[in-house]
Design a binder for this molecule. Sequence first.
Ligand code: AMP
Length: 376
Amino acid sequence: MIGPGGTIGILGGGQLGWMISLEAQRMGYRTVVLDPSADCSASRIADKLLVASFDNETRCRELASKSDVVTLEFERVSHRIYEELEKEFTVHPPSYALLVIQDRVSQRVFIKANNVPQPEFSLISSARELDSASKEVGFPAILKVARGGYDGKNQARVTNIAELKAAWEGFGKERAILERLVNFQKEISVVLARTVEGEVRAFPVAENEHRDHILFLTVAPARVWASVQERAIEIATTLAHALNYVGVMAVEMFVEGDDVLVNEIAPRVHNSGHYTFGACATSQFEQHIRAVCGAPLGDVSMHGPAAMLNLLGDVWENGEPQWEKMFAEFPSARLFLYGKEANSARRKMGHVTFTGHESADAAAEAALRAYDILKG
Ligand code: AMP
């Protein structure tokens, strides 16, 4: 095991890298972070920051040579460089997981190959396939470009073949998938950790509300049947083993009737797991550190129902949010601010977690009320 005193190298210094660093330092580890931006969130606390692009192989190697283990908080790093590092250094998660997940097409094919349920989909790699894909999947559907999509980027909802054609051409005729628009009752996610030995521990299933394709609210435990929670954890565990994964990963899913369908996998700590930082005995960030350092995994039990409210740039629209009012009304609210500029209404600026409520409903209500208070 890489014990406290060891150095963790992190590719990416956004809010996820910042929170990994926070927990790492609390536990006595050092962190070296590589990020293209000198004032990224983790720059505030990283022991060392390397300012470089993720395609800069020399600087990525420098990060690895200064670290006992290399990990990431951002999946769109160069797979080639990451795979090179893996040959010489201790690197978690495996490059194979990145290869599968970075591309929506290979991710869907991988999920299918492992007999895990997901929305019906069809590949589109040429204009000829638009017709057959739409017949296979039907409308309404969602077109998703294979690479570079997140938070609703590079995807479009289409209701007929003309719209599909226009959307695909608008995306530069890139390789894409067409998938059925799922009429879900809930979106949920499983955040789990897997060790080198293959031990898996999942946090309580989270329920997620997206607004405009971006996560707005997480409530945990998810308000779904126990059988749905068990099924979700089973699915995420199957995928973690199949990827030979090491570290924390997240699987986002749709609940449609009795079915649990995989939307996507994230090879890193996840926004829907932020509630664990305060609501569980071990946070997802500490759990990731434990897993990549080869330490025994921590206790995933929850102190009680929790909610997490994402603070996007829109909360700053009317000026500084009403912090004092929120703290006064919710003494247990835990605020995390990422040290960013609110230069867009969609930018993730921070989040607040709410704990100590008697039910998930009450925690969700507190988060929604706090949102209104903060916006004034
Ligand atoms: P993604 O970028 O794939 O995570 O998608 C962002 C959000 O779009 C999801 O959290 C869903 O709310 C919605 N979405 C994505 N794919 C589908 C689908 N096949 N059916 C219905 N909603 C979807």
